[in-house]
Design a protein around this ligand. Structure first.
Ligand SMILES: Nc1nc2c(ncn2[C@@H]2O[C@H](COP(=O)(O)OP(=O)(O)OP(=O)(O)O)[C@@H](O)[C@H]2O)c(=O)[nH]1
Ligand SMILES: [Mg+2]
Ligand SMILES: [Zn+2]
Length: 303
């Protein structure tokens, strides 16, 4: 398993638990198979002479979590490979939760065919009513919503159970408490955390570069602590797949009058009817429309 790496040197964890620094074998680079990501399953060999380790084979991926590279570039950015689930962490306050943004993270997970769960952190700073109101549409949609406080150690047992034995990618805006939660869950982890909005650090990310952290826990598993994503683009998601990324729309898909219904102003739209009758949350539908407007038509380029 590739735990992390920068500038050509990768940290690879062997099944024995030993971690080696390894570089990609030249042949792999020439074959253009050099796109290594955190979470990749690789074979390493020890060099006869130098005693250094080389990555000689990158195994097929079970899954990838990717997003559009920042700055409107048209390249895919692989956040991590072989992820089992995405854990989307938002804070009740500091920073204020934006549902449009939360929906965007969920769509990225769904678009990558990954299950997602939601963590609403910093519940110590909010009323239970506010937390429930934020959670409701997502619970209706079928998502597990964890209400946590890393600071007051609330909701940690259930979250811990949900992570056991899996590779979980923690994602969400900067400052929501991803690293703090992981530190609270796993003794001795000691990830860097930071205070936000304290002038010098404003907008600065505390966690830099994705890192796969083995859970030294009886039940095992890994977490990927990703840096807060300032800009989250949908990558490679065909516009007509966007509706499938909203799980609560699924009963209505295929029920619209037009087969290629984009669930906008079309007459006889079953999704819109579900929104009008209150079965599907209006806020979620608004997120869908907003993302749909952003998703380019087939054949059109990004930017
Ligand atoms: N009140 C309160 N503060 C918290 C809680 N969890 C984290 N914080 C604080 O929120 C700030 C940001 O926490 P981090 O864990 O660094 O946030 P992050 O999501 O890892 O941020 P990035 O690494 O930048 O993406 C820190 O000052 C934490 O002490 C919580 O449950 N309650
Ligand atoms: Mg962090
Ligand atoms: Zn429709």
């Amino acid at each position: 398993m590739v735990l992390g790496g920068t500038g050509g040197v990768w940290m690879v964890r062997a099944s024995s638990g030993d971690v080696h620094d390894a570089a990609l074998r030249g042949r792999l680079k020439q074959e253009g198979r050099s796109k290594l990501a955190v979470g990749d399953d690789v074979t390493v060999e020890r060099d006869e002479r130098g005693g250094t380790w080389a990555i000689t084979c990158i195994h097929d991926r079970r899954s990838v979590l990717s997003r559009r590279a920042p700055g409107g570039a048209r390249a895919e950015r692989i956040v991590a490979a072989n992820v089992d689930q995405v854990v989307v962490v938002f804070a009740m306050v500091k920073p204020e939760p934006h549902v449009r943004m939360l929906d965007r993270f969920l769509v990225i997970a769904e678009g990558n065919d990954l299950g997602a769960r939601i963590v609403l952190n910093k519940v110590d700073l909010a009323s239970a009513e506010d937390v429930d109101a934020l959670a409701a549409p997502y619970e209706t949609a079928g998502y597990s919503v964890h209400r946590t406080s890393a600071r007051q150690r609330i909701g940690l047992d259930a979250l811990h159970d949900a992570l056991a034995g899996k590779v979980s990618a923690f994602t969400g805006p900067s400052g929501t408490g991803k690293s703090s939660l992981l530190n609270a869950l796993y003794e001795g982890l000691d990830l860097r955390t930071g205070a936000i909005s304290e002038s010098v650090n404003k907008g600065r990310h505390t966690t830099v570069g994705a890192r796969l952290v083995p859970l030294e826990d009886a039940r095992g598993g890994y977490v990927v602590d990703t840096p807060g994503l300032r800009e989250v683009g949908l990558w490679g998601l065909p516009p007509d797949r966007l509706d499938h990324c909203f799980p609560e729309f699924k009963p209505y898909l295929g029920q619209c009058r037009f087969q290629d219904c984009a669930h906008g102003a079309e007459p006889g739209c079953a999704v819109r009817q579900a929104v009008e009758s209150g079965v599907v949350a209006a806020a979620r539908y608004e997120s869908y429309l907003k993302l749909r407007a952003e998703t380019p038509d087939p054949g059109k380029h990004w930017e």
